[in-house]
Design a protein around this ligand. Structure first.
Ligand SMILES: [Mn+2]
Length: 305
């Protein structure tokens, strides 16, 4: 029997890694098989490591080579974010915009919800398949991570209902859990400039302009701002060697609920204009309410850049 690797995007975050585990579990249960294997496409970040340690769950193995392997994609669908753009994709569960084509009919479930795990949790419910308790904890963490403790504009009523339901059942104070997760994720003082930039980083193609957007979410923005010149120097170097048109780091304060953008680009001023902000030494002013790369940055650049 052919194994099918259930796998999330490169530079994996908590939602992507938990999705691999919960989706593999769901698919195996639904099809009464064990051919679905959870895998990850790179090193987990400090938030994910904190969660897996807390709930004593083993991290899935890293899939180093996807050649001639069947993949079930979770939490992404764009070739630029896939572990191997030429892999044989047999299914997708995702909550991002679709940029995918395939020569075969496959199962695709997408919802405009705040987390891929909200989709997977609803599939478990629809099919009346029980979820192991440890996985329920992981699902709650993934929802809190992707929705920034339900504060991100990507949050829907479905996500809110699932978080409240799980928190009640598991007897967890989800706000405290969320803050502990984001503290573990930020760990600014322990990170190099490069780790801050690539902590949560995705590549995009905006009408031929290669763009990389990182995001660091922290309860204390000042800690990152203090290191901006060091990070900018790193970004200038990466932009040249890797041939980026634009590199952006979103520095998001989850308590103040807004972001500043560190922009290294061929068109820095234009990008500042696009976001109605001014840039000094590559750093924008505080943009209140900007929390989501997916909802507030990517669509605007897709349209305007
Ligand atoms: Mn996600």
């Amino acid at each position: 029997m052919d194994k099918i690797y259930v796998i999330g995007h490169k530079n994996p975050d908590t939602d992507t890694i938990v999705s691999a585990i919960t989706a593999a579990e769901f698919l195996n249960m639904r099809e009464q098989t064990d051919k679905y294997i959870a895998a990850i496409s790179g090193k987990p970040n400090s938030e994910t490591r904190f969660i897996f340690k807390k709930y004593e769950v083993e991290l899935p193995p890293v899939l180093k080579d996807a050649k001639n392997k069947k993949l079930f994609l979770v939490d992404h669908n764009e070739a630029s974010q896939m572990v191997d753009p030429d892999a044989d994709v047999v299914g997708i569960f995702d909550h991002h915009k679709m940029n995918f084509s395939n020569s075969n009919p496959i199962e695709i479930v997408t919802k405009p919800w705040g987390s891929t795990n909200s989709i997977i949790y609803s599939l478990f419910k629809q099919h009346a398949i029980g979820i192991p308790k440890k996985h329920k904890h992981l699902i709650l963490c993934a929802l809190l991570s992707d929705t920034v403790i339900l504060k991100s504009p990507t949050t829907t009523d479905v996500d809110r209902a699932f978080v409240n339901e799980l928190a009640e059942e598991l007897e967890v104070n989800y706000k405290e859990l969320g803050m502990d997760m984001f503290k573990a994720k930020a760990q600014i003082s322990k990170k190099t400039a490069e780790q801050i930039l690539f902590n949560d980083f995705k590549d995009f193609d905006f009408s031929g302009k290669k763009t990389g957007i990182g995001q660091i979410e922290t309860p204390d923005m000042a800690e990152v701002i203090a290191r901006v010149s060091e990070i900018e120097t790193k970004m200038q170097g990466i932009r040249k060697t890797k041939d980026y048109h634009t590199l952006i780091l979103m520095i998001t304060d989850i308590l103040e609920e807004g972001s500043r953008l560190l922009i290294v680009s061929e068109e820095t001023d234009r990008i500042a204009d696009i976001f109605n902000t001014e840039v000094k030494n590559c750093l924008s002013g505080f943009i209140p309410g900007m929390m989501s790369r997916k909802k507030q940055v990517v669509p605007v650049l897709t349209e305007e850049l």
